[in-house]
Design a protein around this ligand. Structure first.
Ligand SMILES: [Zn+2]
Length: 274
């Protein structure tokens, strides 16, 4: 139930002003009891509410964060006690100041070295795993090892069977561009840890919400990509030769395949040929 907070084009004395480019698409989707997903344009953040406290993830940006707080306020008046960063990229974790001084910010320790500009520093960091309990509802924060970056975590609500992970997984969408300089083997290992959790609903930071089986599909894509690039390297092919000839027919209908597949090949090639 995405609501578009948009005035349609305004016609002012014959000249058309397109308001669409100015106004953000805001939405809140209920995923399970206590568990919601906030959307601001292309970015999504999970939040979990109880009678006495709210845990929000990813403030997103200076622009999005106040709208996010407003949307939470439509659901509950309980104080927002915790803000959890999914990883360190500033298009997901800027704007935390809108949540006020009373909020405790948690993140994987890998976020610390990237704090700058509009990113509020986390007051609590962890290396492997930690849990926050909202009354008796557990929110488990798990570092599955490096994936898209060295700070991406899984936000897991076991009793509601929901897992949230940003940028490292999606629903039938290929990874962004050239995989951000990450190790593809480590990335797959992190997704295997996500897949080992017991849940039903997969909530990514972009694109549609999915089911647990979408994690396996994503792992299958990564393994097919790694296998194909490795085969090309073993046969003495250059990156350009691979980009000209390689295709993965099973994934051609995935979002961004046409745009980013060659870049995915480049990212994997760079890592495997090191
Ligand atoms: Zn992102």
């Amino acid at each position: 139930m995405i609501r578009t907070m948009t005035l349609l084009a305004l016609v002012i004395s014959g000249c058309v002003v397109d308001a669409f480019s100015q106004e953000a698409t805001i939405g809140v989707e209920r995923l399970a009891d206590n568990v919601y997903l906030f959307t601001h344009n292309a970015h999504r953040s999970l939040f979990i509410v109880s009678d006495h406290a709210v845990l929000a993830t990813d403030p997103q940006s200076v622009e999005a964060a106040p709208r996010y707080v407003e949307e939470i306020r439509k659901i509950t008046r309980a104080p927002i006690r915790y803000l959890v960063y999914s990883h360190h990229h500033d298009d997901h974790v800027s704007g935390g100041a809108a949540f006020g001084d009373g909020v405790t910010i948690l993140a994987h320790q890998g976020v610390l070295e990237h704090v700058r500009d509009a990113i509020e520093p986390p007051g609590i960091t962890f290396a492997e795993e930690t849990s926050v309990f909202l009354s008796d509802l557990e929110v488990r924060l798990i570092y599955p090892g490096p994936s898209e970056t060295e700070s991406n975590i899984v936000v897991y609500v076991p009793e509601r069977r929901v897992a949230f992970m940003v940028d490292a997984v999606g629903v039938r969408v290929v990874p962004w561009r050239n995989l951000a300089g990450s190790s593809p083997h480590a990335w797959v290992a992190a997704l295997e840890r996500l897949d080992a959790l017991d849940f039903d609903i997969l909530a990514p930071g972009h694109g549609p919400t999915g089911r647990k089986e979408h994690v396996r599909e994503y792992i299958d894509y990564m393994n097919a990509l790694i296998g194909a690039v490795q085969k090309g390297i073993d046969a003495g092919q250059s990156l350009e030769q691979m980009q000209a000839s390689l295709e993965l027919a099973d994934y051609q209908d995935w979002t961004r395949y046409d745009e980013h597949f060659d870049l995915n090949v480049e990212g994997v090639y760079r890592e495997l040929s090191k």
